[in-house]
Write a protein that binds this ligand. Structure first.
Ligand SMILES: Nc1ncnc2c1ncn2[C@@H]1O[C@H](COP(=O)(O)OP(=O)(O)O)[C@@H](O)[C@H]1O
Ligand SMILES: [Mg+2]
Length: 339
């Protein structure tokens, strides 16, 4: 099991603009702690699904993984190298090897660029000058993502194809350089429910065919259930639980994870009686609550949770959880991470 991407205590804080009044009275500039101390390890060849509510820092984490953002602190390691330190050819190789599939295919595509050209742009950018060679590679990629006959679609504009087809174009463009690692940020959130499964299945088929490692980012726990090898649950800038899919679904530990599962509709009345409902909204990432960030919404909160931020620690086979409920004094395992 080789790690392809590792994060070590990664933080990304954004400055918040002060209002005019705050400026006058000299209020200290605030920070949004979008990602606030994340450590994780993605294994070559796996589908790693990162789940969290809107605002929990998922997109920021995805951008940190691809060096769209540099971390405020901590390290992002890709194939053994700190990506912040890459320059020149090393950086160019990284840009080919690691790609993003964006959430919104309409925003990601220029309405005046024909889809064949859009898919071929990364090739041009990475030095494939011969236009007929480019066209051949694009057509081959278009067939892979399901355009048939590809030639008929090559010259169409984004508005001339369906939403699902536009997402296929975005996927084709992300894969045209034959990357090894792909981040898909809410890849089906903007699509009709009826075609979501097709697009996710396409991603998984391509993953097998092209030997990809996938990081899928989603607010929808159902996507993790069907497509993940491993799952991490994110809450307010931190990973609160991480394990294999089976572990997470059969033995969810963190109260937040349990609450996420209970918001998935269940046909079984017995299960619905056991639902755990969380109160309130996700607090702000500017002033997260002291102690455990989930404590104001947690039904099991006790004193320690209000003062001490729990560490992400091992609790069973490859299962990590950041919750004081599972901390037995003297059981501090090797290799635990503090936030
Ligand atoms: N470029 C930015 N500048 C300032 N704040 C940002 C920026 N990007 C994200 N944020 C803030 O960081 C937090 C996490 O955002 P994001 O990573 O987009 O979460 P998610 O993808 O889980 O919805 C939010 O509070 C968001 O407003
Ligand atoms: Mg997002």
């Amino acid at each position: 099991m080789t790690s392809i991407l590792a994060m070590q205590e990664v933080k990304k804080h954004f400055p918040v603009k002060r209002s005019f009044i705050e400026g006058l009275v000299g209020t200290k500039a605030k920070q949004v702690r979008a990602v606030d101390g994340v450590s994780l390890d993605i294994i070559e060849g796996e589908t790693f699904v990162l789940v969290g509510e809107s605002g929990s820092g998922k997109t920021t984490l995805g951008k940190l993984a691809l060096r769209v953002y540099l971390p405020t602190s901590g390290k992002v390691i890709f194939e053994g190298k700190d990506i912040s330190a890459l320059r020149g050819k090393g950086l160019k190789d990284f840009r080919k090897s690691a790609q993003m599939v964006y959430q919104d295919p309409v925003a990601a595509l220029n309405p005046r660029t024909r889809i064949g050209e859009a898919i071929g742009e990364p090739l041009r950018f990475h030095g494939v000058r011969d236009s007929s060679a480019r066209r051949e590679r694009v057509l081959k990629m278009m067939r892979k993502v399901g355009f048939d006959p590809a030639e008929d679609f090559f010259t169409r504009y984004p508005h001339e194809i369906s939403g699902g087809q536009r997402q296929r174009v975005v996927i084709a463009r992300a894969l045209i350089l034959e990357p090894r690692f792909v981040v898909a940020d809410e890849p089906v959130a903007m699509l009709d429910v009826s075609i979501r499964a097709q697009i996710l299945k396409l991603l998984l088929d391509l993953k097998g065919e092209m030997n990809l490692t996938l990081l899928i980012i989603t607010h929808d726990i159902a996507i993790a259930k069907y497509f993940a090898d491993r799952v991490a649950i994110m809450y307010l800038g931190q990973v609160v639980e991480s394990a294999s899919k089976d572990e997470v679904f059969e033995n969810p530990m963190h109260p937040y994870t349990k609450a996420l599962f209970s918001s998935v509709p269940v046909p079984d009345p017995e299960a619905s009686r056991r639902r755990l409902i969380i109160k309130g909204e996700i607090p702000s990432a500017i002033t997260p609550p002291p102690g455990c960030r989930f404590n104001p919404r947690c039904p099991y909160v006790f004193d320690r949770c209000r003062v001490e931020d729990p560490m992400l620690r091992r609790s069973g086979d490859g299962h990590l959880v950041a919750c004081h409920l599972y901390d037995r004094a003297g059981q501090r395992a090797e290799g635990e991470h503090s936030h």
